[in-house]
Write a protein that binds this ligand. Structure first.
Ligand code: ADE
Ligand code: ZN
Length: 334
């Protein structure tokens, strides 16, 4: 009997979104910090009623007050990697939001070194290949993005790319053209959240102005047939997060999710968990949910997993191995 979900690459995961309620309470107790409740079950219940992305971000940023030291960041990343291994993750390309931590007075070095030391050990201890992508908070604007990139460049060997996240509408990709050009000149991979709450124009700007290799979310691209044709022709991967889209009301309910249409139309769609501590599950739970509620069979789950490996910024030799593991998974009877 093989695992119910395929080996996969996880390409859209915010490490700050993996802070489980138990860890939150433990760190808050240690530092005597306030929380709305000390009961993890009560904290988790609050996560089920986000009105939109901003309502979630307000809770997400407030909770991060408990992360203070290099050890905290190391522990956070290690917790994710433990769970990712159990979920069948072979490769994790993980977002982090340095501006929010530096803004609270945490040294940038503590953030990056804490996460990076956990990731460096991950291949040996967890069998997971892991790399960091530094995200700019779009609502802090382009100058702040340039400032954090400049501050992080002395630690350049600890991250492989840049991304763009936080409140989307009102902060279009065009604002960040210059900082993405800086990142390109440093040889960094580039991705950006677009088309989660923002419309197809945000996706187009991310492609044309930021020259992203992947689009994070991108589900609203489905409203624009010409853009869909372009994404298919250029084989631009979309890092889709089905449970997140339900929790943040980007879709009404999982059975309404456009993922099957994305596959039918030949898009390089992938499945990811976004902020699993808040949105009801890790990547395996996202695969299980789309199998159940969208009727995706094993062949379609395997297609999603192959897409994730194709879309990863990983060495070709590793990708060949992971493709082999997905083929084995497909061949085994469920
Ligand atoms: N930061 C963490 N999760 C996010 C999401 N789903 N969209 C934008 N920014 C985020
Ligand atoms: Zn995200």
């Amino acid at each position: 009997m093989s695992a119910p979900t395929p080996p996969t690459a996880e390409l859209h995961l915010h490490v700050e979104g993996t802070i489980e309620a138990e860890l939150l309470v433990r760190l808050a107790d240690r530092d005597g910090l306030p929380l709305p409740s000390r009961d993890p079950a009560v904290l988790r219940e609050r996560y089920e009623h986000f009105a939109d992305l901003q309502a979630f971000l307000d809770v997400y940023y407030a909770n991060l007050a408990v992360l203070r030291t290099e050890e905290d960041f190391h522990e956070l990343a290690t917790g994710y990697l433990d769970r990712a291994r159990a979920a069948g993750v072979r490769r994790a390309e993980v977002f982090f939001d340095p501006q929010t931590h530096v803004g609270r007075g945490v040294p940038l070095e503590a953030v990056i070194r804490g996460l990076s030391s956990a990731f460096a050990a991950a291949e040996e201890t967890h069998g997971v290949s892991a790399a960091l992508i530094l995200c700019f908070l779009r609502d802090l604007g382009p100058e702040a993005a340039e400032e954090i990139l400049r501050a992080a460049l002395p630690l350049r060997e600890h991250f492989i790319g840049v991304g763009l996240d936080s409140a989307e509408v009102g902060y279009p990709p065009s604002l960040f053209t210059r900082v993405y050009a800086m990142a390109a000149s440093e040889g960094l991979h580039r991705v950006a959240h677009a088309g989660e709450e923002g419309g197809p124009d945000y996706v187009r700007e991310a492609l044309d102005l930021l020259h992203v290799a992947r689009v994070d979310h991108g589900i609203r691209a489905m409203e624009d047939p010409e853009l869909v044709a372009r994404l298919r022709a250029e084989r631009i991967p979309l890092t889709v997060c089905p449970l997140s889209n339900v929790y943040l009301r980007a879709v009404d309910a999982l059975p309404d999710h456009p993922l099957p249409r994305m596959l039918d139309q030949g898009l390089v769609a992938t499945v990811n968990s976004d902020d699993p501590a808040y949105f009801g599950g890790y990547v395996d739970e996202n695969y299980r949910a789309v199998a159940r509620d969208l009727g995706l069979d094993r062949a379609r789950l395997a297609q999603l997993a192959r897409n994730s490996v194709d879309a990863a910024f990983a060495p070709a030799e590793d990708k060949r191995r992971w493709h082999g593991e997905i083929a084995e998974w497909t061949a085994r009877a469920g």
